[in-house]
Design a binder for this molecule. Structure first.
Ligand code: UD1
Ligand code: UDP
Length: 374
């Protein structure tokens, strides 16, 4: 075991960067305990670079795996093939992955093959349905099997891990590191230390912020989502702002269906800081994103989730999130209920933090240190 311990952090997509950069920063503030190597797979190229910039984190290594419209098999193979020689050379004491992407699973597998203990940040999320979200539900389960330490964001997640036979000593309830990131950015926006969203948005009574990218919705699901958004725009009192994910399976249909619809503004994906600012200004968040379901309660924003199942049940139980699926009628009706009934809107806007208190990274750092020193 090296002294300080060598921690190797692997990530590749926008949400992983947002949720791991605060941990990178914190571990780097503790040079007596930790030496950190940040290795990005580059599963996302543009989205990743923009998320890294928000936190001023520069990767030490970049595997540059992204190809246009990449298949899951090819992506997994490229990550394994490029990461393995790096791990052989670096020989870290501990490897950290986050979440449920292909980078998460392939990163954990590469570490496992080299006998390096793996720590899984955001462990224990489950819908119980392998098809939704696809392939994330499988990635979560496989990453659990490959990991030595499990950082569960909530007590519910820890219970699920125990039910799957993970030992109590390997589980830490830490909160979600995404809330560390959000509270840090929110505080700096409030203090005027960071610029917010500076694009112009046409005036309207209500601002609705939309994101969508789930693979299981490609094709018919996205067509239905677009129909729902057209109907909402038809109300005439709402401005829909939709930063469109760069995945060609999303971008092509959204541009074709919504590019010329009055009331809808399509924009490129936003950097994290202006996106947090726009979330704070919106009346309603309409999304299939995992991270946004967690951020909404901390910002006191109602969130309608365009999926049939969620692994973030805490936000539904607290009344902030409602599952609306991809049925256009339902999407339009639920948005209408929020926009037209001030009492319903107010009942869903309590600011609370079911997913974390902003100190998840500190707990994770302590847990890794104890694990490596005992
Ligand atoms: C991925 C994750 C998903 C996560 C999402 C967050 C997998 C299988 N999917 O989905 O779990 O919720 O990221 O956004 O791990 N592209 C670019 N530039 C980018 C990013 C993507 O051009 O910066 C395009 C490329 O053509 C790429 C395609 O989008 O091949 C798909 O990217 P990929 O990472 O495979 O899937 P996502 O849909 O982004
Ligand atoms: N986000 C962003 N810019 C955008 C859209 C989302 O910075 O244009 C942030 C959002 O605040 C959240 C994260 O990206 O922190 C969620 O990423 P995404 O929805 O791509 O992935 P998921 O969370 O579903 O895996």
């Amino acid at each position: 075991m090296s002294n300080p311990s060598h921690i190797f952090i692997v990530f590749g997509t926008r949400p992983e960067a947002i949720k791991l950069c605060p941990l990178v920063r914190l571990l780097r503030e503790q040079p007596v305990r930790f030496r950190v190597t940040v290795c990005v797979t580059g599963q996302h190229r543009n989205l990743l670079d923009s998320a890294l910039a928000a936190f001023g984190v520069e990767p030490d290594l970049d595997l540059e795996v992204m190809t246009p419209n990449q298949s899951l098999a090819k992506l997994s193979a490229r990550i394994l093939e490029r990461l393995d020689p790096v791990l052989d050379r670096e020989k870290p004491d501990f490897l950290v992955v986050q979440g449920d992407t292909t980078t998460t699973f392939a990163g954990a597998l590469a570490g496992f093959y080299r006998g390096i203990p793996v720590g899984h940040v955001e462990a224990g999320l489950r819908t119980g349905d392998m098809r939704e979200p696809f392939p994330e539900e499988l990635n979560r389960a496989l990453t659990t099997r490959l990991s030595a330490l499990h950082f569960a964001p909530t007590a519910q997640c820890a219970r699920r891990l125990r039910a799957e036979g993970v030992g109590e000593e390997a589980i830490q309830v830490t909160g979600n590191t995404g809330i560390d990131a959000l509270l840090w950015v929110r505080g700096r926006l409030d203090a005027g230390e960071l610029p917010g969203y500076e694009g112009s948005i046409p005036e309207a009574r209500h601002l609705i912020l939309v994101t969508a990218h789930r693979r299981e919705s490609f094709g018919e699901g996205f067509d239905r989502i677009c129909t729902g958004l057209e109907r909402i725009a038809g109300r005439g009192d709402a401005r829909i702002v939709y930063p469109v994910h760069p995945n060609p399976n999303v971008r092509e249909v959204v541009k074709r269906r919504l590019g010329a619809v009055a009331g809808i503004t399509l924009i490129d994906p936003l950097d994290y800081v202006p996106f947090v600012d726009l979330m704070s200004r919106a009346s309603v968040l309409l999304t299939d994103s995992g991270g946004i379901q967690e951020e909404a309660p901390s910002l006191g924003k109602p969130v309608l989730v365009m999926r049939d199942k969620t692994e973030r049940q805490e936000a539904v139980e607290a009344g902030t999130a409602v599952l609306v699926g991809t049925d256009p009628e339902r999407i339009c009706a639920e948005v209408g209920r929020l926009l037209d009934d001030a009492d319903i809107h107010a009942s869903r806007t309590r600011v609370h933090n079911p997913f974390g208190d902003g100190r998840a990274c500190a707990r994770i750092a302590d847990a890794i240190h104890s694990f490596l020193k005992t």
